[in-house]
Write a protein of this length. Sequence first.
Length: 256
Amino acid sequence: MKIGYIQYSPIVGDKDKNLETIKRLIKNNSGDIFVLPEMGLTGYPDATKERLLGHAEKLDGYLVTELTKIAKENNTCILVGMPEIDGDKVYNTTVAVGPEGLVARHQKSHLFMEEKNNFTPGTNKPFIFEWRGSKIGIGVCYDYMFPEFWRKMALDGVRLFCNTANFVSEYGFPMMRARSVENGVFSITTNRTGTDSDQEYKGGSEIIDNRGNLIAKASNSEEEVKVVEVDLTKSDDKNWNNINDLMADRREELYN
């Protein structure tokens, strides 16, 4: 499977400009799945509940409709973040959109700092969807801090972890490498770039193999698209060596 990241700087509240950026960057880059930043469709720095309500959408709205067109033009699946509205609740949601429309969505499970004042935490379990023969798992930014979140997906057969992020430091990247190592699963972590409201975002998006090795690394400040071809079935092999198996060696009776 050809997997990739698309790193860029979304403009707060400018949906059309952000969609244009995605369309421009994905053009002429053939891939089966692309991971974009958290809130990559609308931006959200220094968001308040009122501001979020101003550009939050339902999942059958304009953003997903337009993203479907881009996915269809490029015969791919696009994962990107947006504020999802449901009644009076707003979720920090990452959608997976393919040529036929919405494939999956994950509402951010673990809210970070001021997000707790503005978003509703997601209630769905770690979300898995199947794409072109492989199970894919979705996380959003601070979800990286909770190993049990990713272990649940690995136990359910996920071959690729996708984390949409708005990191302001490099801290999240070694954590996602650890998630790949401890579960034997490939991962893509896509960060945004640029500055909003005096907050600088660090870029540095990464693709990691199922043994924690770095396959691709983006710059800290530039727009960038990177696609690599990998054999995701390697994630099915949990043998760390000829004696140890990452899943079979678990002693669940000690952890409960």
